[in-house]
Design a protein around this ligand. Structure first.
Ligand code: RUB
Length: 311
C-alpha cells in the first residue's frame, strides 16, 4: 500500500504546518482513518504491514509527541484485537477506534476547559507561553462564563506561536498583550496565574513543553504566581516509567538565524523540562491533580497505556 495520506500528514507535521501536541495527534489519527479507507482491495497481510509502516512514519515525524504515540498504539491494538487478520474487519476496526479516540479527546478538552475556567477569577491577568489549544480553550470558556480578565502572551521565539495565541484571544474578544520572551520576568509580577500546555508528562510528573516554559515556571515560583499545566492525561509518556528519558526535539539552526555566519554554533531545542516542584497542578480531564500523582492517575484511568512501553 502506498500510504500517501500518512506520508503527507507526517510531512506536514515535520514542517510544522500542523503543530501543538493535540493537533498533531488529531492529524495522525485522521491519517489512520484515511489509511483504513485506502485499504479497500488490500489483503489482511498488506494492511497489517501498512499499519506497522504507518506507525513508524508517524512516530518519526516529531519525537516529543506521546499523545500521538499513545493514540496510534491504542488504535492499532484495538484493530488487532477486533479485526484479526481479515482486511475488511481490520479496516472497520481502525476506523471505529480512530473515531472513538477523537471523541474521547474532545470530551477531555471539554472537561479541562470547564475545570480550568473556574481557576480564572474576575479581574485576573493570565500569562501563557507558546500556543496551546488546550489553554486557549480554557480562556475562551472563562470568557463565555462571563469572566473579565486579560491575557499576556509571550511571542515564543523562534517561531512566534505566541502570535497565534494573541490573535485567537482578540478574535474571542479577550484583551491580550504580546511581550518578547525576555520580558516575561518583568510581567510575571502582574500575572495572577500562569497556564501553559504540555507536549509530554513524565512518570515523575515533570512536564515537557515549548522551550522557555521552565524559565517561566521558575519566575512564577519566585514571584509567587501560581503556575498550572493544562493537559490531557494521555500526554503521559509510559516509556519514562520504564527508564527512558523523554526525547527533546532539536530543530534546525535556520529557524533561529537564517544566513548566520559560517562556523557559528546555533542550538535550537524545541522543548524543555519543567520540574514538578514548580507546578501547582495539572489541569486534566480528572480535575486538577498534583504532578506527583500523575502516574497513579494514568494507571487507574488508562491502564492500557502501560501495555506497550516502547515505541
Ligand atoms: C507547541 C507547544 C504547546 C503544546 C500543547 O509546540 O509546546 O504548548 O504542544 O499544545 P510546537 P496543545 O508549536 O512546537 O508544536 O494544548 O494544543 O496540545
Amino acid at each position: 500500500m502506498p500510504l500517501e495520506s500518512v506520508r503527507a500528514v507526517a510531512d506536514r507535521i515535520r514542517r510544522l504546518e500542523i503543530r501543538g501536541a493535540r493537533n498533531v495527534a488529531i492529524a495522525a489519527i485522521r491519517a489512520m482513518e484515511a489509511l483504513a479507507e485506502e485499504a479497500k482491495g488490500a489483503s489482511g497481510e498488506e494492511l497489517l504491514k501498512a499499519l506497522s509502516e504507518a506507525k513508524g512514519i508517524l512516530f518519526a515525524a516529531r519525537e516529543t509527541e506521546p499523545l500521538m504515540r499513545n493514540a496510534i498504539r491504542w488504535i492499532i491494538s484495538q484493530a488487532l484485537d477486533r479485526g484479526g487478520t481479515d482486511a475488511r474487519a481490520l479496516a472497520e476496526a481502525i476506523s471505529s477506534a480512530s473515531k472513538s479516540f477523537l471523541k474521547s479527546l474532545e470530551e477531555s478538552k471539554d472537561s479541562i476547559a470547564e475545570i480550568g475556567a473556574r481557576r480564572i477569577r474576575d479581574g485576573f491577568v493570565v500569562l501563557t507561553h507558546c500556543h496551546s489549544s488546550t489553554v486557549t480553550e480554557i480562556l475562551k470558556r472563562a470568557k463565555a462564563d462571563g469572566k473579565r480578565f486579560e491575557v499576556i502572551c509571550t511571542e515564543t521565539r523562534p517561531l512566534f506561536q505566541g502570535r497565534t495565541t494573541a490573535r485567537e484571544m482578540l478574535e474571542a474578544g479577550i484583551k491580550a498583550t504580546l511581550i518578547v520572551d525576555s520580558a516575561a520576568r518583568s510581567f510575571i509580577n502582574y500575572a495572577d496565574l500562569a497556564i501553559v500546555g504540555a507536549d509530554a508528562i513524565t512518570s515523575e510528573g515533570n512536564v515537557v513543553n515549548k522551550i522557555g516554559t521552565s524559565a517561566i515556571a521558575l519566575m512564577a515560583q519566585e514571584a509567587r504566581t501560581p503556575f498550572y499545566v493544562a493537559s490531557e492525561l494521555l500526554k503521559y509518556d509510559p516509556a519514562t516509567a520504564y527508564g527512558d528519558y523523554e526525547a527533546i526535539e532539536e530543530r534546525g539552526p535556520e529557524e533561529v538565524w537564517d544566513g548566520a555566519p559560517e562556523g557559528l554554533i546555533i542550538r535550537n531545542p524545541a522543548f524543555d523540562v519543567t520540574r514538578r516542584d514548580f507546578i501547582h497542578g495539572i489541569i486534566c480531564e480528572e480535575g486538577i491533580i498534583s504532578p506527583h500523582s500523575v502516574t497513579e492517575v494514568v494507571r487507574r484511568r488508562y491502564p492500557w497505556v502501560f501495555d506497550r512501553p516502547s515505541p
